[in-house]
Write a protein that binds this ligand. Sequence first.
Ligand SMILES: [Zn+2]
Length: 253
Amino acid sequence: MPHYPERGPTTSLTKSSLMPALSHAAGEVISYLEMCQAWSASLQKGMNYHLRPDCSVILMSRRSNAPYRDRIEEDGRVLIYEGHDVSRSVQSPSPKLVDQPRTTPRGKLTQNGLFESAATRAKNRECLPEVVAVYEKIHAGIWAFNGFFLLTDAWTESDGRRRVFKFRLELIGSKDDSKPRTATELIHNRVIPSAVKLEVWQRDKGRCVLCGSKNNLHFDHDLPYSKGGSSLTAANIRLLCAKHNLSKGAKIQ
Ligand SMILES: [Zn+2]
């Protein structure tokens, strides 16, 4: 996968010492294969604690048929990610009726337990919050990189039938209000809701709206009337290829 120079908000975000190096930027649409190549791993599980020493990886899906209930809160800055069920087995034929496990039958921490323990240590200020790269399934084989988040909290709650884990993930960059931000930065520091991503993907038919390319696509915020206001509606978002995304960035700056 080619590397493109980063622009605008991405550049300022990558200056953060917390930000692991990665070949794609938040909002970028990538294939499943590219996602795996970026992490030199075959990503099969939704939760991948410490996939690299500097980062964990989470795969999410908020489509109507998604198996877990993940939420986006605070105008796209916070994700509440649901933990994972026991795997289906002879002992657990109905995973959705069983409390989500913290440990395996042998007493090892599950992914739920590993993420919970990291969140607890960060909350107690025993270590820095874990950095988590979050990907979201858009379509079969098509994923969007939602950006890097910090794992800041974890808890269990009842879903009506059993206990499930919930993890709070805060978009990196969104909490640092010490320096003024441009409208572009503010808008890019938000996760586009899944329903909007899907709507845009279908409306633009999985192609750059300017040249029709199907490669290196990004969800682009079509900068706005309101500059800095919420643009989390499909009307303000379009698909652009990397070339047109970059040429647009050059004009703005
Ligand atoms: Zn294009």
